[in-house]
Design a binder for this molecule. Sequence first.
Ligand SMILES: NC(=O)c1ccc[n+]([C@@H]2O[C@H](COP(=O)([O-])OP(=O)(O)OC[C@H]3O[C@@H](n4cnc5c(N)ncnc54)[C@H](OP(=O)(O)O)[C@@H]3O)[C@@H](O)[C@H]2O)c1
Length: 257
Amino acid sequence: MNANPFAVVTGASTGIGFELAKCCAHDGYDLLICADEPEIEQAAEALRDETVAVETLMADLGTREGTAALCEAIADRPVDALLANAGRGLGDAFLDEDLDKAVDVIDLNVVSTIALIHDVGRQMRARGSGKILITGSVAGFMPGSFQAVYNGTKAFLDSFSWALRNELKERGVTVTCLMPGPTETEFFNRAGMQDTKIGSSDDKDDPAKVARQGYEAMEEGVSGVTVGFMNKVQTTFAGIIPDSVLAEMHRRMAEPQ
Ligand SMILES: NC(=O)c1ccc[n+]([C@@H]2O[C@H](COP(=O)([O-])OP(=O)(O)OC[C@H]3O[C@@H](n4cnc5c(N)ncnc54)[C@H](OP(=O)(O)O)[C@@H]3O)[C@@H](O)[C@H]2O)c1
């Protein structure tokens, strides 16, 4: 019988999610990792060793069917850690964005994340144990001019994380929010933001460092972690600086040049 704890990581093929999965594997979690593209198999190859089992699921979590397929793959196995990380951005002025793509961002970042947590969170609550890590963002603290929908989804997740944590506080289940700042991953490329100041900046955080801090926060069961001094300053002062000023600051980072 396998005695390893079991973790599920979404968006684990690249970037922060891959690094989160690495942390889990390093600490002896068996894994079910999910992403939309075949590269998830390469990620699994890199994570597997003789001590941990790594299972993959290729599914579009931006759809109800994809999220249901992940819940079916988990089946009745007790999940010790759920790392709900899959997400994508979308740059440009809102009115110039393709509406379907904007809605896809909401479906993936918000709808799928809460559907998955609803399913797995219930089994954790019934068992009286489990850890949930949600990848939110410092973007959730700022109105995101030229990335308006994305920042809205992250504001939702940051808030949702604290609320769910409170609801589960006496049920043996912890909820932790990882709030990265700009991190060197495929994210900006995929969001079509290479022609922005933030997208082309080479001063982004290392995804391995971001993931390590998020993973440790989840393991310790703390409420949330913001990685990097400037990002901590940003989230601290976000409640004091007027939203109009924050929106203007975001314009300077995210407006296509
Ligand atoms: N990079 C940053 O600056 C930054 C800052 C704050 C927060 N975040 C958040 O961190 C999380 C991870 O992003 P990242 O920066 O690591 O970017 P990334 O390298 O682009 O990774 C995104 C992951 O999500 C998966 N994914 C995307 N769409 C999917 C879909 N429809 N169904 C299933 N999986 C899907 C991707 O897999 P496929 O390639 O198979 O689609 C990939 O594994 C996201 O929630 C993002 O919002 C990132």
